[in-house]
Design a protein around this ligand. Structure first.
Ligand SMILES: Cc1cc2nc3c(=O)[nH]c(=O)nc-3n(C[C@H](O)[C@H](O)[C@H](O)COP(=O)(O)OP(=O)(O)OC[C@H]3O[C@@H](n4cnc5c(N)ncnc54)[C@H](O)[C@@H]3O)c2cc1C
Length: 519
């Protein structure tokens, strides 16, 4: 019987364990997306245990999440001290002083129905001075100029060729979503879970018991308990797929520093001897961290590296986080679904964790069980299929950054340059080298332009291109390339500085007065 045919009184009891970014994104998303009256949403979290609290850089998809919830952008940016992120600047990933940007935007545009990189590769191979792919991205130019304004909707304008994400204070974001979700009916329970009860026959989780002695009964449990993975890893014993042989960084030290000008509209990721440091500008401070491999670097050395890299006054003690790269073999097992760090972790190089939470939420919303129908294992199988695709694709992209380095003589970098690769990544490398083809997924991360930025930025160059590109006469191609560079230059005219944009639209109350200048 369908729930709209007489079961109006029956509601599926959904229990979310954990109130970090994952828990509150799931709670607020489900409260918005699911039909009112069919689900009871309860979230249990423990102040005593706390949250990871890092996770300050995002991908443009988060705007879709906020938009679907109906969250006002300026209100959200004020509440979380947010700034704009147009991409990531990678420093020293190939040779020590190299710089390139992975932008949230297109490289060039298709001509004669052929993707831009084929024209660019053809021009280079024909001896035309076509420059770098970076010269054909408006988002890259905007990062370099330190500017920002909302993209325009006129598809013919170069100022429509980019998207944007945010840097924000992760703790404030979880708090913001908590207020949002509780106001819309999510029940919040404070306390530490000390026991999990499972049904003897089905193996399904039926109850979580709190240290205070009371219990929370449920039909469907969402495990957002972070690295602890109390339900899916713990109670349900779903195995872990370890990827640390491909992604050997397993520690991070994080510390905030004072804000400095100019307010850059991008994250910076700088390669270091045994890993890389991040720099994330917020309105009220700068977030910094060193992600490193404990096999090649001790904590004291990592601390010195991190503190030595700061460009503003240090604002606290560095905090150590331990992790391993990998994912659960399955995120959904029985009546439990892991979302966030409880389902897996891929180091924060491309800010993918919050995206993976969002993807899980939307996939779940489409497959959500109904009250009275039990939990159909086919829903879990479909969710797990999508989960694998998401994680495996992100993994390949991250591994590419390590593999394609020329930092000779540094043990971590020598190791990752020569390690065996996943077959799926070998395939992508071969396709690009031989014919300039780059992945263009319909589902998940990353887009073709993202792959192109890292391929070229780290010295993987195409030796061929799609034959269809030959249809454009070479002089015509040369003229188009030059005109495109001109349009990008012209598009920067009168673009506000990032800090001015923030000051005008979304300045956090305690930070009024900080403004920057266009570069
Ligand atoms: C170094 C580092 C940098 C990162 N940077 C980024 C980034 O730039 N961008 C990005 O997208 N992501 C980033 N991430 C990932 C991001 O921080 C997480 O994906 C995000 O914070 C979600 O965490 P979570 O909610 O899954 O877990 P947590 O934040 O750990 O939350 C777990 C919750 O479970 C609760 N809990 C646990 N056990 C119990 C119990 N027994 N009883 C009751 N409650 C319990 C805790 O109290 C907490 O509320 C980074 C992660 C790390 C480690």
């Amino acid at each position: 019987m369908r729930s709209d045919e007489g079961q109006t009184a029956q509601r599926l009891r959904v229990v979310i364990l954990g109130g970090g970014t994952a828990g509150w994104m799931v709670a607020s998303g489900l409260s918005r997306l699911l039909p009112a009256g069919e689900y009871d949403l309860t979230l249990v979290e423990s102040e005593e245990i706390g949250t990871v609290g890092v996770g300050e850089a995002t991908l443009p998809h988060i705007k879709q999440f906020n938009d679907r919830l109906g969250i006002d952008e300026a209100e959200f940016m004020r509440a979380t001290g947010a700034t704009i992120k147009l991409g990531i600047e990678f420093v020293g990933w190939n040779q020590p002083d190299d710089r390139y940007i992975h932008p949230f935007g297109a490289f060039g545009e298709p001509w004669a129905g052929v993707d831009f990189q084929h024209h660019w590769a053809r021009a280079r191979l024909a001896g035309i001075d076509a420059g770098s792919l970076q010269d054909y991205s408006f988002a890259v130019a905007l990062c370099r100029a330190g500017g920002f304004d909302h993209p325009v909707t006129d598809a013919g304008s170069i100022r429509s060729s980019y998207s944007y994400a945010y840097h924000f204070d992760a703790g404030l974001y979880a708090e913001f979503l908590r207020g949002w979700a509780v106001a819309r009916g999510v029940k919040r329970v404070e306390g530490r879970i000390i026991d999990v009860t499972r049904d003897g026959e089905s193996g399904h989780v039926t109850r979580l018991t709190l240290a205070a002695g009371n219990g929370i009964d449920g039909d469907f449990f969402i495990d957002c308990s972070g690295f602890r993975s109390l339900l899916v890893g713990g109670a349900m014993q779903v195995p872990w797929c370890d990827w640390s042989h491909w992604l050997p960084c397993d520690r991070a030290l994080a510390v905030p520093s004072g804000r400095v000008e100019p307010l850059t509209p991008y994250t910076r990721a700088t390669a270091r001897k045994a890993g890389w440091t991040w720099r994330i500008p917020l309105q009220h401070r700068t977030g910094n961290g060193y992600v490193f491999s404990s096999r090649w670097c001790g904590e004291d050395e990592a601390r010195d590296t991190l503190l030595g890299a700061l460009d503003g006054p240090v604002l606290g003690e560095p905090r150590l986080l331990r992790f391993a790269a990998g994912r659960r073999a399955r995120a959904w097992e029985g009546n439990c679904l892991a979302v966030g760090l409880s389902s897996g972790f891929l180091e924060p190089l491309e800010s993918t964790s919050i995206f993976l939470i969002q993807a899980a939420l939307f996939d779940l919303a489409g497959l959500m069980p109904r009250a009275g129908g039990g939990i159909d294992p086919r829903l879990a199988a479909e969710f797990n299929r999508l989960f694998e695709i998401h994680y495996d694709r992100v993994r390949d992209f991250l591994v590419l950054h390590y593999r394609a380095n020329s930092r000779q003589g540094q043990p971590l970098w020598d190791h990752v340059r020569t390690m065996a690769l996943p077959d799926s990544l070998l395939h992508k490398l071969a396709l690009f080298r031989e014919g300039a083809a780059a992945p263009d997924y319909k589902l998940g991360l990353f887009s073709r332009d993202s792959w192109l930025s890292v391929f070229e930025g780290q010295g993987v160059m195409p030796e061929g291109y799609a034959r269809l590109a030959d249809r454009l006469p070479l002089p015509d191609l040369q003229a188009r390339l030059s005109a495109l560079r001109g349009r990008i230059r012209d598009g920067l005219t009168a673009m506000p500085a990032h800090a001015d944009f923030i000051a005008r639209h979304c300045m956090a109350p305690d930070h009024a007065g900080s403004r920057g200048n266009a570069a």
